[in-house]
Write a protein that binds this ligand. Structure first.
Ligand SMILES: *Cc1c(COP(=O)(O)O)cnc(C)c1O
Length: 344
C-alpha cells in the first residue's frame, strides 16, 4: 500500500502515536441522527491525551531531529491542543519547548487562561510568549520566526513548527497514513462507508485524509467542517495543500476540486467560541455514547454532521465515519460556559 503514497517513506518520522486507533459503532447517536455512525477514535492516539496532532507531529519531530534541533518553537491559540501534544513530544525527546500563545478568542475567563491545555503546558514546562493578534496568521508566523532567531543567537538549534500557508504541509502526511490505516480497518471488518466527517482548521488532517483516500483509489466523500475560517477560504486552503502534497510525494491528479467539501454553518460566532448547536452536540454525545467532544473542534464537527444529516446530505441510514480528533482537555478550559448547558 505504501507505494501508492509515492515518496512518503522518504520523510523522517518519529513514532509518537499508539496505532491503529479503533473504529467504534455509535448505536445510540446513530438513532438520534438517522444514520449508521462510526467513530474513529483518534482521541486515543496515546500521547498526552492524544488527538490528531500526534500523527501530524511525527513528521515535524522527524524533520527537527534530522536537522539536529535541540529546541522546538510553535505558535497556537492559548488553548491549543497542538501546543500541548508538541510540548509532550519535546519532553519525551529531551528538547526544549517555546510556545507563542495567540489571543484568538475574545472575552475569555480565568478558567480558559489557566485550566485545560494551559495547565498541561505548565506541567510540561513550556516557555510562553504572548501574541495579541490571533487572527493575523502571517504576523504570528513572522513572530514565531523572530523567537527562533533570538534562540539561535543564544546558541540554540531551534526548529519551528509552522501552521501558516507557505510551508510544506508535513503534518498532513500523518493523515495520508491515517487514510491507509482506515482503509485497512474497513476492509478487514467488511464495512462500507459512504462519507467521512472531519474538522478543518489548519487543514492538515482534512487534506491528508482526502489525499490519502484518493491515492488509494477510494472515492468515499470527505466532509470538512470549518472551525476557523469560512468555507470559501478553507476550500482554497485545502486545494493548495492537496497540490503541495502531490508535489511532495511525486504524485499527480490525485484530488480534484469537486472532492473538496466544506461546511461552515456551525462556525459562528468564530474560532474557539461555543454556540448552542455545539453545546447541544457535546451533551448529546456524552449522554448517548459516553463520548466527550470539545467546544473548539469536535463538538462543532458533530454539530456540523447533525446539520448535514438534517439537510439530507447522506442517504437515509447511510454509513458515516466521524473522525474524533481529540481536544478533550479543552472541555475543562470551557467548563464555566459548558456548565450553563447542563441540565441537572
Ligand atoms: C487541531 C485540531 C483539529 C483541526 O485539525 P487541523 O489538522 O488543524 O485541520 C481538529 N480537532 C482537534 C481536537 C484539534 O486539536
Amino acid at each position: 500500500m505504501s507505494t501508492k503514497f509515492g515518496r512518503l517513506s522518504e520523510y523522517p518520522r518519529v513514532p509518537l502515536s499508539v496505532l491503529p486507533t479503533v473504529i467504534q459503532p455509535a448505536p445510540r447517536l446513530s438513532t438520534e441522527l438517522g444514520l449508521n455512525l462510526y467513530v474513529k477514535r483518534d482521541d486515543m492516539t496515546g500521547l498526552a491525551f492524544g488527538g490528531n496532532k500526534t500523527r501530524q507531529l511525527e513528521f515535524y519531530f522527524g524533520a527537527a531531529q534530522a536537522q539536529g534541533a535541540d529546541t522546538v518553537v510553535i505558535t497556537g491559540a492559548v488553548q491549543s491542543n497542538y501546543v500541548r501534544v508538541a510540548a509532550a513530544a519535546a519532553a519525551r525527546l529531551g528538547m526544549d519547548m517555546h510556545v507563542q500563545a495567540e489571543e484568538r478568542v475574545p472575552d475569555v475567563d480565568a478558567t480558559y487562561r489557566q485550566s485545560g491545555n494551559v495547565l498541561l503546558g505548565d506541567l510540561l514546562g513550556v516557555h510562553r510568549y504572548a501574541y495579541p493578534l490571533g487572527e493575523d496568521e502571517d504576523g504570528a508566523d513572522r513572530a514565531v520566526q523572530a523567537i527562533a532567531e533570538g534562540l539561535r543567537t543564544e546558541g540554540r538549534k531551534p526548529y519551528v513548527i509552522p501552521l501558516a500557508p507557505g510551508h510544506p504541509p508535513l503534518g498532513a502526511l500523518g493523515y495520508v497514513l491515517a487514510a491507509g490505516e482506515i482503509v485497512v480497518q474497513l476492509q478487514a471488518n467488511g464495512t462500507r462507508i459512504d462519507a467521512m466527517i472531519i474538522g478543518s482548521g489548519s487543514g492538515f488532517s482534512h487534506a491528508g485524509l482526502l489525499f490519502g483516500l484518493r491515492a488509494l483509489g477510494q472515492d468515499i466523500a470527505v466532509h470538512g467542517i470549518c472551525v476557523r475560517r469560512d468555507a470559501q477560504a478553507q476550500t482554497v486552503r485545502i486545494g493548495l495543500q492537496c497540490a503541495e502534497l502531490a508535489r511532495m510525494l511525486g504524485l499527480q491528479d490525485v484530488v480534484s476540486e469537486q472532492d473538496i467539501n466544506l461546511f461552515d454553518g456551525v462556525l459562528a460566532p468564530g474560532y474557539g467560541q461555543l454556540n448552542p448547536a455545539t453545546a447541544d452536540a457535546i451533551v448529546l454525545a456524552a449522554r448517548c455514547e459516553g463520548l466527550f467532544l470539545d467546544p473548539v473542534y469536535t463538538g462543532k464537527v458533530m454539530a456540523g454532521l447533525m446539520a448535514l444529516a438534517a439537510n439530507k446530505t447522506f442517504p437515509e441510514g447511510g454509513n458515516v465515519l466521524f473522525l474524533h480528533t481529540g481536544g478533550t482537555p479543552a472541555v475543562f478550559a470551557y467548563g464555566s460556559q459548558l456548565q450553563h448547558w447542563v441540565e441537572p
